[in-house]
Design a protein around this ligand. Structure first.
Ligand code: UD1
Ligand code: CA
Length: 461
């Protein structure tokens, strides 16, 4: 988009959020609203961005980490005042057009930005606002139309009863001819119910100068939705959540019930996979076809193969193969690679480990910093003792090994192929292939012990 640029307003106090955090940093589907807006700009090939920060600006700085140019609005005197702070940035783009966006309205998208620009250019407008017909326009500025086009925008608090009935709302997305914007900003005044410099007043000013103002009425009213309080934020999350679920359904993913199901925007899911209640899937997770995920799974940044079943599983930054069955109540921590055909049962934690094909870890086991071969069987209650208080060490287990119940494997240690460890053993030395390692005290029998105890108890009574 040539030399066009965008200014994103993120300086407001967001009083109604009742929070220290600037409103645009509140998250919709796990991503700050500000980031949604930035991504929309990038998708529309607008790379020259300026972000206006103000209220608790350090949070914005910490979040952006210097990725974009910012300007500080020291006092929050309204949206028009916020844009004035970007004057220098705007002056550098005097010959082009500027897109203005609000950081608390995350659903703006590339299609809207482009369609509005097209209208802006083809009509030769000095300003083109994006408007939307909303079922409940309460709180939004209303677009006032006259015979020969729009005349101004009136804020809810300044509107007459008649004007409040208008359902065409200002989305807060505008294309301006940069030079016209700068001139109009000089003329706005805080003569209104809120005592603020309204950006919306520039529309009337531009028209009074004999320049053209237009409105692009979007066919997708969702782009106008903004969050001013926690209730609005929940609404945005619900809208985004259901949009994504619907998209997956169109692709052949099955949902029997969507209660508690949240899927991030970048997640990819194959057809025939079922997502059950209470499942949250985030990050760059990729799930192949014919899996069952849920109920109650939390999956972040994982790659999951075909026909795999996860039930009450939390899994992070890991790879899980085909035909794997995990759960219930399993924690797969980062950097684990669980190969095809593995079975992991209840109360098992796996961390930074490779688990070979067909291996079974059925219950109550911790496998950390380990390289486990194929078709290994873990008995109940196995612990890899990977940390001595100072350093972490690895455990290696060969193919077809059998780790007896309640074995401690004190790392660094290797159990050879097809070797056995006896139940209850604490293994501190390597076990050769095909051997049995047994480490436990000799069992002693004390005849009559129980009887003597019982007699003592009876006497007391
Ligand atoms: C604004 C519009 C309204 C529109 C609605 C769409 C004005 C005067 N009103 O109202 O017509 O329908 O958005 O969502 O523009 N901000 C600053 N500095 C400030 C004040 C605000 O940076 O001094 C930023 C906020 O962080 C926010 C955005 O501007 O991201 C919008 O501010 P907000 O107070 O939410 O405006 P609305 O009352 O929603
Ligand atoms: Ca708002």
């Amino acid at each position: 988009m040539s030399n066009n640029c965008a200014v994103i307003l993120a300086g407001g106090k967001g009083k109604r959020m009742k929070s220290e955090l600037p409103k645009p940093l509140f998250e919709v589907l796990g991503e700050p609203m500000l980031e949604w807006v930035i991504k929309a700009c990038k998708n529309a090939a607008l790379n020259d961005l300026c972000i206006v920060k103000g209220y608790n600006a350090h949070y914005i700085d910490e979040y952006l980490c210097g990725r974009y140019e910012t300007v500080l609005q020291e006092e929050q005197k309204g949206t028009g005042h916020a844009v004035m702070q970007a004057r220098k940035f705007l002056e550098e783009h005097l010959d082009s057009n500027t897109l203005i966006l609000y950081g608390d309205a995350p659903f703006v998208d590339e299609a809207t930005i482009s369609a509005a620009l097209e209208k802006h250019l083809s009509e030769g407008n000095a300003v083109t606002i994006v408007s939307a017909r909303l079922e409940n326009p309460f709180g939004y500025g209303r677009v006032i139309r006259e015979e020969n086009g729009i005349s101004c925008i009136v804020e809810e608090k300044d509107a007459t009863e008649e004007q409040k009935k208008i359902d065409e709302a200002n989305s807060g997305i505008y294309w301006f001819k940069t030079s016209a914007l700068l001139e109009a900003l000089d003329e706005i005044s805080p003569n209104n119910a809120q005592g603020e410099y309204y950006l919306t007043d520039t529309v009337g000013i531009i028209i009074s100068k004999g320049l053209r103002a237009g409105a692009y009425l979007t066919p997708n009213p969702k782009v106008a939705l903004g969050a001013n309080d926690k209730k609005g934020l929940l609404q945005l999350n619900n809208v985004a959540r259901m949009d994504i679920i619907e998209k997956h359904m169109e692709n052949g993913v099955e949902f029997l019930c969507t209660d508690g199901v949240t899927i991030g925007r970048d997640v990819i899911i194959g057809a025939g996979t079922k997502i059950l209640q209470g499942t949250i899937i985030t990050g760059k997770t990729i799930i192949s076809e014919n899996c069952t995920i849920g109920p109650n799974c939390l999956i972040d940044d994982c790659i999951i193969g075909f026909n795999t079943k996860l039930n009450y599983v939390q899994a992070y930054q890991s790879v899980i193969g085909d035909n794997v069955k995990i759960g219930p109540f399993v924690h797969i921590r980062p950097d684990s690679n669980i190969k095809s055909g593995v079975k992991i049962g209840d109360f098992v934690e796996v961390k930074n480990s490779n688990i070979g094909e067909g291996t079974a870890i059925a219950h109550l086991t911790y496998v950390g910093d380990s390289d486990v071969g194929r078709n290994v069987n873990f008995g109940c209650g196995v612990v890899t003792v990977n940390y001595d208080g100072a350093k972490k060490s690895r455990t290696t287990i060969g193919d077809n090994a059998f780790i007896g119940c309640n074995t401690n494997l004190v790392a660094p240690v290797t159990v050879g192929e097809a070797a056995y460890t006896a139940a209850g053993s604490t293994i501190t030395k390597d076990v050769p292939a095909n051997a049995l390692a047994i480490e436990r005290g000799e069992m002693k029998i004390k005849e009559g012990y129980g009887l003597r105890k019982l007699k003592g108890r009876i006497k007391k009574d």
